[in-house]
Ligand binder design. Structure first.
Ligand code: AR6
Length: 221
């Protein structure tokens, strides 16, 4: 059964139900901004079920399919997705390309290539992962898409540590939504598969998207 946008909880909903808990003021990476709380979601489950404008695929440079979320997306979209991907001539690490969604409930797929993690060249890997989020968001905005759902890029087969990768994902999404380019984007959905990944997002989301109450607490102190 496809999952509609209205069924996906926003950060504001998650604070209300105490699934997210406010962090102490000194830990915050950004000051509270009320409007952002309705534009970010956390969803645990299968990204291929989401009925949104675009889902992001953690692909490889060939764009011709693979395991993990890439395999799940190609399986659910059907062979026409592979046919369109064949026309794209691959994609560089940190870059992104867009296709239609075919049999998916999602209208489009944004294919991005995360870095393969290694402890050497860490700065470069981090910049490449940040670029995946930036270029995917920019592609969505350029195509007038209103919602984008991201899996946790590079943190499966490509081995990027989930906490480091999540800080990068949250930084880039915050910057983009708060910029002029990002104004037209209504919702970014972080999709997690495992409970461990969900715990990491639940711990870090409040640092980047703090609730308004933290603002009044900060003002009071
Ligand atoms: N829905 C949401 N998230 C999922 C799903 C799903 N259906 N399936 C897996 N995940 P990975 P990578 C999560 O390995 O690390 C492919 O072979 C998964 O738990 O899919 O960027 C490509 O072709 C993890 O948290 O992507 C590349 O060769 C996250 O998606 C390579 O893997 C990403 O894991 C890319 O590796």
């Amino acid at each position: 059964m496809p999952v509609r946008l209205s069924q996906i909880k926003t950060v504001r909903d998650l604070f209300r139900t105490a699934a997210l808990r406010p962090a102490s003021a000194e830990k915050l990476r950004y000051p509270p901004k009320a409007s952002l709380l309705d534009r970010v979601s956390l969803y645990q489950g299968d990204i291929t079920q989401l009925e949104v404008d675009a889902i992001v695929n953690a692909a490889n440079k060939s764009l011709l399919g693979g395991g993990g979320v890439d395999g799940a997306i190609h399986d659910a979209a059907g062979p026409e997705l592979l046919e369109e991907c064949r026309t794209l001539n691959g994609c560089e690490t940190g870059d992104a390309k867009i296709t239609k969604g075919y049999n998916l409930p999602s209208r489009h797929v944004i294919h991005t290539i995360g870095p393969v993690y290694s402890r050497s060249n860490l700065e470069k890997k981090a910049e490449q992962l940040a670029s995946c989020y930036r270029t995917s968001l920019q592609l969505a905005a350029d195509n007038a898409l209103k919602h984008v759902a991201f899996p946790s890029i590079s943190t499966g087969i490509y081995g990027y540590p989930i906490t480091d990768a999540t800080h990068i994902a949250l930084t880039e999404v915050h910057k983009f939504l708060d910029s002029e380019h990002g104004e037209k984007l209504d919702r970014v959905i972080f999709v997690v598969w495992s409970n461990t990944d969900k715990d990491v997002y639940e711990e870090l989301l409040p640092l980047y998207f703090p609730p308004e109450d933290s603002a009044s607490e900060q003002e009071a102190s």
